[in-house]
Design a protein around this ligand. Structure first.
Ligand SMILES: Nc1nc2c(ncn2[C@@H]2O[C@H](COP(=O)(O)OP(=O)(O)OP(=O)(O)O)[C@@H](O)[C@H]2O)c(=O)[nH]1
Ligand SMILES: [Mg+2]
Length: 297
């Protein structure tokens, strides 16, 4: 099977030469998508005799990945970054897993211990991976990784609606929903070369919004029915609690001595409703996945 490597690159003149050298003999074709860089990224890619496509303006990583896949001729597509973080030595494993029948292969940065990710990114990534694993009911350690492989014919289904870093997570959740076989390969994650293009607050917020929207869409109706009233109980509970604290701190005397009790009761009811909702949701999702698997044979 022919393998195409897609590398989105935005101002990566420092890292790109060693990335290309490292991957050159591991795949059948390399496609670099220069995403409107204003440094020497394009010239460097051209000099290395790989396929290069250029966005005249910066359109973001997702657009760059799509341009890459649209121009790839391989049966297997591998995504990697242009910043030297993902070692090329795992490529044969990615290919072999796809050939053995995996639908989506993920290079997991959280399985083998060697991880040079900055602390803030690490916390964010782990949190989002946990949410993604919960939503999709599968045990994935790194739903966010940018190092991944799949068959080109499946890209239509895996190409989720997203503009920023939520793309990878959403793709992983989609694959799980489709009942695809997802395989994780433990990889080493190296320190990035060149400056980070990540805007932690903006990108983190986009990712959070993206995940919340899939969490809402993916939550079954029965779970929503259980969980919705908990908003009312939480609001009332917190109001009673806040009023009791106000009385105690500012008036120095608790006139309504039952208010703290009411607050605790309402919050406990809310927690119970949320727990029942989550359990229901988990069961419904498991059943859905079993049905999905039976349908796809
Ligand atoms: N962030 C970002 N990356 C882009 C863009 N277009 C292409 N890319 C490429 O997408 C890949 C991932 O971007 P990175 O800046 O490495 O983001 P990250 O891997 O989440 O974070 P760090 O490695 O910690 O900087 C790199 O190869 C970028 O060059 C863009 O508009 N924004
Ligand atoms: Mg990176």
């Amino acid at each position: 099977m022919k393998t195409s490597l897609v590398i989105p690159a935005y101002n990566e003149e420092e890292a790109l030469p060693s990335v290309l050298e490292e991957y050159m003999d591991k795949v059948d074709e390399i496609i670099v998508v220069d995403d409107g860089s204003n440094d020497k990224t394009y010239e460097i890619a051209k000099k290395n005799h790989v396929q290069v496509y250029k966005h005249e303006i910066n359109k973001g990583k997702v657009a760059a990945l799509r341009t890459g896949v649209a121009n790839a001729s391989g049966d297997i597509i591998i995504f990697t970054d242009a910043d030297c973080t993902y070692p090329a030595k795992y490529v044969p494993q990615f290919i072999s897993e796809i050939e053995k029948g995996a639908d989506l292969v993920l290079g997991s940065r959280f399985l083998n211990g060697i991880n040079n990710m900055p602390l803030l990114n690490m916390i964010g990534n782990k949190l989002f991976s946990l949410i993604a694993a919960y939503i999709s009911c599968i045990n994935i350690s790194d739903g966010q990784t940018g190092y991944r492989a799949f068959r080109k014919e499946n890209f239509g289904k895996l190409d989720v609606k997203a503009v920023s870093l939520e793309y990878e997570t959403k793709m992983t959740v989609r694959a799980a929903k489709l009942g695809y076989k997802i395989v994780e390969i433990p990889i080493e994650y190296r320190k990035r070369v060149g400056t980070s293009k990540l805007r932690p607050i903006r990108d983190g917020a986009m990712m959070f919004r993206g995940l919340m929207s899939i969490a809402y869409k993916e939550t079954s109706l029965i779970a929503k029915i259980f969980m919705m009233p908990s908003i009312f109980f939480i609001l009332v509970g917190f109001s009673f609690g806040a009023y009791s604290i106000y009385e105690k701190v500012w008036n120095k005397v608790l006139q309504h001595e039952f208010y703290p009790l009411i607050a605790s009761l309402f919050i406990l009811i809310a927690l119970q409703l949320i727990s029942v909702g989550l359990i229901m949701d988990y069961i419904v999702k498991k059943l859905d996945r079993i049905e999905e698997k039976l349908k796809s044979g």
